[in-house]
Design a protein around this ligand. Structure first.
Ligand SMILES: Nc1ncnc2c1ncn2[C@@H]1O[C@H](COP(=O)(O)OP(=O)(O)OP(=O)(O)O)[C@@H](O)[C@H]1O
Length: 335
């Protein structure tokens, strides 16, 4: 009957504070979602959209008010957290302060023979780039090292599903980007099925095979990163992914991405075909090998402050320039 089926979430509802005469808050409002065995799925959405509530419901930390959560075909209704065989990793890795690194990583292996435990701890420390760290007290670790230890600890008992709730959000940006790449590599190397909650689209795109975008308790779109970026299902999804402006187009709305505008020197002249708009330069920055020009421009929906790329010479602040669309940096969404 085929391989393992992984996680199935069907019409799940999570509510808080519902008492007699009070409706309470509906944090998750009928979400259905599958995560295949070995797949890494990111749950992406703004603060308060219900991502953590959904994750906690899957973990068994929050009761479901409707719908069902099943794993490999069996319903988890009434199955307590510690019987689900899932691993959990939170923003603050919650290491045991009085155990050393090896003691933390081996925590979930207490029932295994000592030799096997030692071998597994060594293997995992190597996997997360912490060879030789076993005897270190956790208090002496950096934030990034602590999260690596927490990741190793959560993977040690080979959970059938790993649930990660904003595991990188307490770290600074550079470290976050590096660790996101490492987490992806570790999850794939171990064949771990995982759900990764984040509000950061770059992080979601780095870590996940598929990204599920949530808003106000509902699922808006689920797709692999490139597909989501190329074809956002709605303006809301596009806005959340970082598309910065919207221009009416014959087949819907043209969503203008971070690389969807270019500046050209000289004030705008209408040359007939191409869409060009007059703009005023507000600031220029050089980032990641390219010049980004912040401009005030009206693309038809009122003046907005947007970012355009400069190919050639970089204009000065207060210069009048023209901005043109670069279709390669745009996507069409339904109007
Ligand atoms: N224990 C709780 N009691 C009451 N309301 C809650 C509780 N936990 C969450 N909520 C509410 O449920 C909604 C969804 O919260 P949730 O934490 O799931 O969102 P989130 O997308 O994970 O946001 P964040 O990224 O800020 O954690 C919010 O309106 C929140 O205020």
């Amino acid at each position: 009957m085929g391989g393992p089926r992984g996680l199935e979430v069907r019409d799940v509802v999570v509510r808080y504070g519902q008492r007699r005469g009070r409706t309470g808050t509906t944090a998750v409002d009928g979400v259905s979602l599958d995560v295949a065995a070995g797949e890494v799925l990111a749950l992406l959405g703004p603060s308060g959209c219900g991502k953590s509530s959904l994750l906690r419901a899957v973990a068994g930390l929050e009761p479901v008010a409707g719908g069902a959560v099943t794993f490999d075909g069996s319903d988890l209704d009434g199955v307590p957290v510690h019987r689900r065989g899932f691993g959990l990793l939170f923003q603050d890795g919650q290491l045991f302060p009085h155990r050393d690194v090896a003691g933390n990583v081996g925590y979930g292996l207490a029932d295994r023979p000592r030799a096997e435990r030692t071998e597994r701890v060594t293997e995992l420390l190597s996997l997360v780039g912490l060879d030789g760290f076993g005897a270190r007290p956790v208090a002496e670790l950096s934030g990034g090292e602590k999260q690596r230890v927490a990741l190793a600890r959560s993977l040690a008992p080979r959970p059938r599903l790993l649930l990660l709730d904003e595991p990188l959000s307490a770290l600074d940006r550079g470290l976050r980007e590096r660790l996101a790449v490492e987490i992806r590599a570790v999850l794939h190397a171990t064949g771990t099925t995982a759900v990764f909650v984040t509000h950061d689209h770059d992080e979601a795109f780095t870590v996940a095979d598929r990204v599920a975008v949530m808003s106000a308790g509902r699922l808006l779109q689920v797709a692999p990163p490139e597909e989501l970026w190329r074809a956002p299902a709605s303006r809301t999804v596009a806005e959340f992914l970082g598309y910065q402006a919207f221009v009416p187009a014959p087949d819907g709305l043209l969503a203008v991405g971070p690389a969807g505008l270019r500046v050209e020197p000289g004030a705008a002249i209408d040359d007939g075909g191409e869409q060009r708009w007059p703009a005023v330069v507000v600031a220029t920055t050089f980032r990641r090998g390219r010049s980004e020009v912040t401009v005030d421009v009206d693309l038809g929906a009122g003046e907005q402050r947007l970012v355009a790329l400069a190919d050639g010479s970089v204009p000065a602040v207060d210069d009048k320039v023209a901005v043109v669309l670069d279709r390669r940096g745009c996507a069409v969404v339904p109007a």
